[in-house]
Design a protein around this ligand. Sequence first.
Ligand SMILES: Cc1cc2nc3c(=O)[nH]c(=O)nc-3n(C[C@H](O)[C@H](O)[C@H](O)COP(=O)(O)O)c2cc1C
Ligand SMILES: Nc1ncnc2c1ncn2[C@@H]1O[C@H](COP(=O)(O)OP(=O)(O)O)[C@@H](O)[C@H]1O
Length: 297
Amino acid sequence: MASTSHAYPLFGGTTDLPDVVTDDLASDHPLRNAVLALGNFDGFHLGHQALAGMAHRLAAGRPVAVMSCEPHPRSFFCKENAPFRLATPATKRWQLGQYGVDFIYSPLFDHAFAGLSPIEFVDRILVDALGVRGVIAGPDFRFGNRRAGDMSLLSELGAARGFSVSIAPDITHAGVRVSSTLIRAAIQAGDLHGASRLLGHGWLVETRQTPNGGLKLHHDLCKPRAGRYVGFVDGPDGRGERRCIDITSAGEFLPLGPQAVRATPTMWRLEAQVVRKRPDVRQVPFRPADNAQKPIR
Ligand SMILES: Cc1cc2nc3c(=O)[nH]c(=O)nc-3n(C[C@H](O)[C@H](O)[C@H](O)COP(=O)(O)O)c2cc1C
Ligand SMILES: Nc1ncnc2c1ncn2[C@@H]1O[C@H](COP(=O)(O)OP(=O)(O)O)[C@@H](O)[C@H]1O
C-alpha cells in the first residue's frame, strides 16, 4: 500500500517508502482503519522492530502505521542540549519502508499538540483524524499534556471508543531493555558494534556538504566520539564500498587517501571505530565486504 519506490544501493536495494501523513485523513481514505504503533521510534531499534512486527500481525492486512512527531518531543522540550537523534526523518522513512509500514503519522509537535489532554489526543487524533482500528505501544508509553496518559488509561479509552489497545512486551539485550538512550551512549563512546547490536542493523547516518566542500554529519544526529572510523557507502558503480574517515568532535568527516577527491556520498553506514595499535599507523586497509561486522584493528 506504500506509495513511492526508492532505491538506496547502500541499504540493499529498492524499498517502498511509506506515505507521510501530517494532517487528518478524509473519512473515506484507504489508510483509515490502520493499526498505529505509538512513540517516536528514533533509530528504529530492536524494540521498535518487534513493535512494528506485532502491529503487522494485529493489522492482518489492514494498513500499518507508525507515529513519529516532528520535531522530536525531546528537542521541543529542550531536554537535550546537544544533537541526539539516531536517525533523520529520511533514514527513518526508509527503515520503516523496509518493515512494510504503510504510513508515518508525523504531526507537527508544537504547543497546541503538546497541550492536548490524553482524552483529546484519543478523540481528536486517534478517532477523528486517523480513524484507527487499533494501537500498540510499550508498557512505558506516555501521552498527552504533561505525559498524563498511560497505557491503562489508553486501554480504557480504546475499549469505550471501539479500537484495540495492545501492550508490547519489553525487548531486552543482555538483560537490559533496549532503548534509544542506551544506543546514543554506545555511539558517543565510539562503540559502533555495541550500537549495531542494539539497533539490529548498522548505524545509518546522513551527511551534509559544508560551504568549503567538506562533509559533515547531519546537524540533528548524535556525534560519535572523535576518531577514525570505517564506513560503508554507495560506490560510483552502484556497488557499496568501505572507506576510512576521521570524524572530528564537530562531526566533520575527513576522508583519507585518494578517496578524498572522489564525489562525496550523503548516506553512510558507520561500522567500526578503528583502534590504532601503533601511533604511526596512518592508513587502515579496507576489509572485504563480508567482514562488515568484525572489529577492525
Ligand atoms: C498529544 C501528546 C502530548 C504530549 N505532551 C507532552 C507534554 O506536555 N510534556 C511531555 O514531557 N511529554 C509530552 N508528550 C510525550 C512526548 O511525546 C514524549 O513521549 C516524551 O516527552 C519523550 O520523552 P522520553 O523520550 O523521555 O520518553 C506528549 C505526547 C503526546 C502524544
Ligand atoms: N525495548 C523495547 N521493548 C518494547 N517496546 C519498546 C522498547 N523500546 C521502546 N519501545 C516502545 O516503542 C515505542 C517507541 O518508543 P520510543 O519512546 O520512541 O523509543 P525509546 O524508548 O527507545 O526512545 C513506544 O511505544 C515504546 O514503549
